[in-house]
Write a protein that binds this ligand. Structure first.
Ligand SMILES: NC(=O)C1=CN([C@@H]2O[C@H](COP(=O)(O)OP(=O)(O)OC[C@H]3O[C@@H](n4cnc5c(N)ncnc54)[C@H](OP(=O)(O)O)[C@@H]3O)[C@@H](O)[C@H]2O)C=CC1
Ligand SMILES: CC(C)CCC[C@@H](C)[C@H]1CC[C@H]2[C@@H]3C(=O)C=C4C[C@@H](O)CC[C@]4(C)[C@H]3CC[C@]12C
Length: 288
């Protein structure tokens, strides 16, 4: 091969890659206007902020969580912010859960699966029942809701947005039960996305890989131990909605604390493990 060709072929590749990425659609808030969206775990935290963004964009929102009083307030605020409509369904989510989409005038455009059950941020305590319970809330209910919403999402050419974590891609200390449930989501939804592609099912699946976010529950559990500042939940919520609307495969937030470390995961796993441990403030036993 001539020297010119050796330079030309990679150069053409770069130009094509640039064209492909820059031709991607940009996000516009109008994309959500009039869309029927369910947000689970929306009584507080990132879910609550997603409901407010969607309301400002003029979507029809249906929020779920266990605490009805908090959901009432979220619904009121959504109406003030300009939601097409705002409704709530309260109750605990498990493998029995059906998606309450018929409430949204018979259809559904986006299902945002975001809720998480309470866990602990500490060394694994050997409690197998807790893992079983957490899998039911954080994983099996996501599967059950997806299965029951699928006919409606196929009809609308809609989207499934799955809120996961860096702890669903990499093993971190103190998140053993939680991490197991988040890894399970990646396995299930990434396989399903492949099948949708083969079967020409026009339903997008967006998996969101989040770093430490400043929600009340996360800060309360981990701020004393983690040597890093949490990112703002409002911005995080908006990035998730944008990724879902643009039908992206994965969302990384914050980008520098997720995408970049993930580059190390397959090539220098031990280095990544070491760097992660440096962000933890833990009592170490004295050397023997
Ligand atoms: N905050 C962080 O640092 C990070 C968060 N994430 C992910 O982001 C998502 C949101 O996290 P965050 O906002 O911090 O969570 P929060 O703890 O603030 O909120 C959790 C929500 O889930 C609801 N919920 C809890 N248990 C149940 C249940 N059994 N059935 C139904 N709903 C339930 C809660 O309401 P109620 O108690 O009323 O039921 C609440 O609305 C999660 O998927 C989490 O894994 C990922 C990485 C980092
Ligand atoms: C490359 C690294 C520097 C990045 C490290 C990021 C680590 C430390 C981040 C990434 C995901 C984060 C956890 C998470 O997903 C959700 C929760 C639930 C909450 O109730 C308690 C806190 C907890 C466990 C977060 C703790 C901090 C984690 C492990």
């Amino acid at each position: 091969m001539g020297r010119l060709q050796k330079i030309l072929i990679p150069f053409l590749g770069l130009v094509l890659a640039f064209c492909f990425y820059s031709a991607r659609e940009n996000f516009k808030p109008e994309m959500l206007k009039g869309k029927r969206v369910i947000v689970t775990g929306a009584s507080t935290g990132i879910g609550e902020q997603m409901a407010y963004h969607l309301a400002r964009m003029g979507a029809h929102v249906l929020v779920t969580a266990r605490t009805e009083a908090k959901l009432q307030k979220v619904v009121e605020r959504c109406r003030e912010l300009g939601a097409g409509s705002a409704q709530l369904v309260s109750g605990t989510l498990s493998h029995h859960t059906l998606t309450p989409a018929p409430l949204l005038s018979g259809g559904l455009d986006m299902l945002i699966l975001n809720h998480v059950g309470k866990s602990y941020f500490s060394y694994f305590d050997g409690d197998v029942r807790h893992i079983q319970k957490l899998l039911d809330i954080n994983f099996l209910s996501y599967v059950a809701m997806t299965v029951s919403a699928l006919p409606m999402l196929k009809q609308s050419g809609g989207s499934i947005v799955v809120v996961s974590s860096m702890a669903g891609k990499v093993g971190f200390p103190f998140t053993v039960p939680y991490s197991a449930t988040k890894f399970a989501l990646d396995g299930f939804f990434s396989s399903l996305r492949q099948e949708f592609s083969i079967q020409n099912v026009n339903v997008s699946i967006t998996l969101c890989i989040l770093s430490f976010i400043d929600t009340e529950s996360a800060v309360r559990a981990a701020a004393d131990v983690l040597q890093m500042s949490p990112a703002p939940k409002e911005e995080c919520a908006l990035e998730i909605i944008k990724g879902g609307a643009l039908r992206q495969r994965e969302v990384y937030y914050k980008y520098t604390l997720t995408k970049i470390p993930l580059l190390l995961r397959d090539w220098a796993a031990e280095l990544l493990d070491y760097l992660v441990r440096q962000h933890y403030r833990v009592e170490r036993p004295p050397a023997a």
